[in-house]
Design a protein around this ligand. Structure first.
Ligand code: SF4
Ligand code: SF4
Length: 375
């Protein structure tokens, strides 16, 4: 049985968020870090977007976690992530600046070490022999994972498990997409990475969440809650239920079940758990799988594979919105995107439908086309 604390957190006002984090800490009191430990705070810092865009973990939550850690005597703290794009100080600072992290109570803790090392999964017959992981995640004695609740064009849901993909440095993330181009392999890799990183506590920012074409181009949805758990898989199950989704329909949750990683049950604490008033709108790229909702559950995987082959989604550039910045080309694992005449062109041949390009586009210029529609 795993515990998920679920607390009304109606706004990002500092006192509101601080009160919620204090209560989450009380709920998980026995599992908190001890003075002398080195603690990594791992937010979602996907790209240089303002806090109001709901792409990144809100700075007030990061500040509240630091404040609560200091109050229990933990002072060796680092805030680190590997945003999309290059993994270096300049890019990290630019993303932190846009996300509001350059403030006196956060800035001293921002990561300054942009090296990385190798970590082997401690399981038999791993999918990946060893993962390249950012150094702060390797040297930490205790990891606090602080994801943002979002929809995701490839994984459907981005919460605790998906946030850990940001421990892979810079442009090695597109490499992982190239190695695991389909969702089943990618989900298995995500689950293996999660048990390799082993976050000690995950606190989910679902004050303002994202629905639609997440994780970078969706719509802000005010949901007014924070969640916390020492079990990142239990937290993701709770997040799916909150979004109005059946957890076992989400690829990485179904994969975690096959790998024996899910808890036998979830005990909720804090406020009474209830799903969001309106189910989340899913990304266009994942809607084709809704066909399988009408198929008996044991046949859903097979049905969704057939539909995936028939209705596979591909990115499509809106040339009026494209500003020719090249961020899509930089993030494409297949290196098939070119910028000509100040506009991006992305051919379907070679595309693995990972939607890294859509994720990184700052102009919301990348939409989705389905396979059959364009034959
Ligand atoms: S599609 Fe988006 S990311 Fe790509 S060049 Fe155009 S504006 Fe930039
Ligand atoms: S074009 Fe976009 S969706 Fe296709 S492989 Fe490149 S980044 Fe992924």
């Amino acid at each position: 049985m795993s515990k998920v604390s679920f607390l009304s957190t109606p706004s990002y006002e500092e006192s509101v968020v601080y009160t919620a984090v204090c209560r989450h800490f009380q709920e998980h009191f026995q599992a908190l870090p001890k003075p002398g430990m080195r603690v990594l705070i791992k937010p979602n810092l996907l790209s240089a977007r303002k806090p109001s865009a709901a792409v990144t973990t809100h700075h007030s939550l990061i500040a509240a976690v630091i404040r609560c850690l200091l109050e229990i005597g933990v002072t060796d703290i680092v805030v680190a992530d590997s945003p999309g794009g290059l993994y270096n100080q300049e890019h990290f600072r630019a993303v932190c600046s846009a996300a509001g992290l350059i403030r006196p109570d956060i800035e001293p803790y921002l990561n300054r070490d942009f090296s990385y090392g190798q970590v082997r999964p401690s399981i038999a017959a791993p999918l990946v022999h060893s993962y390249n992981i950012i150094t702060p995640a390797i040297t930490a004695d205790y990891i606090i994972n602080i994801p943002k609740l979002k929809t995701h064009a490839m994984t459907t849901v981005s919460a605790g498990v998906k946030n850990l993909f940001g421990t892979i440095p810079g442009l090695q993330k597109p490499d992982m997409h190239r190695r695991f181009p389909d969702i089943s392999g990618f989900s298995k890799m995500l689950c293996e990475l999660a048990i390799t990183i082993k976050p000690d506590l995950t606190i989910l920012d679902a004050v303002d969440s994202m629905e639609g074409n997440g994780p970078g181009g969706g719509t802000v949805k005010h949901t007014g809650y924070t969640f916390a758990s020492t079990d990142v898989f239990a937290l993701d199950i709770a997040a799916c239920r909150f979004m109005g989704l059946e957890p076992m329909d989400i690829p990485h949750i179904a994969t975690a079940a096959e790998m024996g990683l899910l808890p036998d049950g979830i005990e909720y604490s804090g406020d009474e758990f209830s799903p969001s008033a309106q189910p989340f709108i899913l990304p266009d790229a994942t809607k084709s799988t809704s066909f399988s909702d009408n198929v008996p559950r044991p046949l859903r995987w097979a049905a969704s594979k057939v539909m995936d082959a028939l209705l596979r989604s591909y990115p499509h550039v809106d040339r009026k919105k494209c500003v020719g910045c090249g961020k899509c080309a930089e993030s494409c694992p297949q290196k098939i995107i070119s910028i000509t005449g100040g506009k991006a062109t992305m051919p379907r041949r070679g595309c693995i439908s990972c939607f890294c390009c859509q994720e990184m586009c700052p102009a919301h210029a990348i939409g989705v086309h389905r396979g059959l529609k364009n034959l």
